[in-house]
Design a protein around this ligand. Structure first.
Ligand code: PLP
Length: 211
């Protein structure tokens, strides 16, 4: 792709906070992501943008605003992008959401991503084993790759009536989501989801499917 002169944008929504990333290390061009999933920023927390250092002065933001202007209070008729990555800012920042996110990010201080990844894989492996042990054969089919290198921090299971099954799981405190037409998704946030949570989720799933 680079050989053809193209740049790549990576979507990190299911990556940041779930596994080691290394954007600088891998020479990534551009990346975007949300902070309300594995980074725990809460509903409405801000998105982020990564632009490789060499590209920052060429970056042409699709969402320019006063806050990305070279002179934000200059009230000039023309837009002139700020130097460097500041040109990627959007409009007025949502301060309360940023404060909540800051607190959520503080939790990561001193946390090793390798340890997070190890627990994430152990949790998803364990959940799949519990599902295989508790759910009668044939009622669910795992769509999650067995190979660790191909797995994120979630498990997707296909089953009949998945929408209704997820409603009943949520009523019982097992909160995942439903993707049409027939997929149940379970996210595992290694910082605070425990093996006991994973075992209970599989047990409640088996009870719901058998009832
Ligand atoms: C959650 C998610 C998004 C949505 O991000 P927003 O910041 O809510 O717009 C985009 N892409 C992927 C792959 C996601 O999982």
């Amino acid at each position: 792709m680079h050989a053809a002169g193209a740049l790549a944008v990576w979507d990190l929504c299911h990556t940041a906070g779930a596994l080691p990333v290394g954007l600088d290390e891998h020479g990534v061009d551009l990346a975007v992501g949300c902070t309300y999933k594995y980074l725990n920023g809460g509903p409405g927390s801000p998105a982020y943008l990564y632009v490789r250092r060499e590209l920052q002065d060429r970056f042409d933001s699709p969402l320019p605003g006063w806050n990305s202007h070279a002179e934000p209070f200059g009230m000039r008729p023309e837009f002139e992008a700020a130097d460097g990555v500041l040109r990627g800012r959007v409009g007025t920042p949502d301060i309360l959401s940023m404060l909540a996110l800051e607190a959520a990010l503080d939790v990561w201080d001193g946390v090793s991503m390798d340890a997070v990844r190890a627990k994430s894989l152990a949790l998803t492996d364990f959940f799949l084993r519990c599902v295989a042990a508790y759910v009668p054969k044939g009622l669910v089919e795992s769509l999650t790759p067995d190979a660790h290198a191909e797995r994120g921090s979630q498990v997707a299971l296909r089953c009949e009536g998945a929408g209704d099954v997820m409603k009943r799981l949520i009523e019982r405190g097992v909160v995942g989501d439903f993707r049409a037409p027939d997929v149940l998704r379970f996210g595992f946030t290694p910082l605070y989801v425990s093996f006991a949570d994973a075992e209970r989720a599989a047990r409640v799933l088996a009870e719901v499917l058998e009832s």
